[in-house]
Design a protein around this ligand. Sequence first.
Ligand code: CNA
Length: 296
Amino acid sequence: ISDDTPPLTLSERSLAAVADFIKFGKARRIVVMTGAGISTAAGIPDFRSPETGLYANLAALNLPEPEAVFDLSFFRENPRPFYALAGELHPGTARYRPTVSHAFVALLARRRLLHMLFTQNIDCLERAAGIPPDRIVEAHGSFASQRCIDCKRVFADARMRECVARGEVPRCGGDSDHDDDAGHGTSRSGCGGLVKPDIVFFGEALPRAFFEQMDRAREADLILVMGTSLQVHPFAGLPNFAGETVPRVLFNLELVGSLGTRADDVMVLGDCDAGVRKLADELGWRDELEKTWREL
Ligand code: CNA
């Protein structure tokens, strides 16, 4: 398919045509799929961009390979590199602000056009942007909760924040470490196991919510893919769930996945904040977008 192939659904393969599609009420179930690229403008490096990526920065931690930071068996042996990263990213200690791209998704939700946001990010900036939790699937988990990797008991958020702020590695302790049943029944002592945020490590299953909500992608009448290399499966397959005639828009620095192979794919290559600002201009939503973002 080349850019000259006539689209089936849009009037042309352009952002202006996508804006018309939304304005004329043809997109009522927009599904957004995001990755680390929507948070780089907040100051959080992505994984794979050469030099600025997180994996490049992890060199200082003397890991066997950068991916080891998210490897469960390595974590059991040495949780410190992961907790060095947690100190940077944990919402209890981190001070990152949502980006214009996050604000745009929040705006879609406010206008009741957001069917579902599937994010691979673990930084919780979607929640910080005010996107309703029932419209967010954190496909790779997040720092929002944590549990013992051995006995699986949920560990209290407040204790987690304390540990991360002090640079300590949290371990499953007595009832004061858990708010599930503290003060009820007989007190239990913890098993001493390592505590890990509910982030999906390599080889771990994705959260149940991903599989429960996957069909929302099939129901979409417009797909927006933003800031992801689409290299991690099964997430990477989501844009292909959309019906053949459903327009798909890519806001990314580079071409990724199968985006660009269908007649109604619109490629907006470059910085995603700049891309969504252009779309907001076409929609006449630019002032509202900037206001939403400023107030976050
Ligand atoms: P990735 O593989 O690092 O890819 C990022 C993509 O975004 C690349 O294609 C970049 O070209 C593109 N990109 C970077 N900056 C911008 C920008 N300003 N505008 C547009 N595009 C940009 O990251 P993925 O999310 O695709 O990979 C999945 C991993 C990364 C998930 O498991 C995440 O948990 C993990 N991750 C998350 C965060 C976070 O939570 N913010 C940070 C780093 C990695």
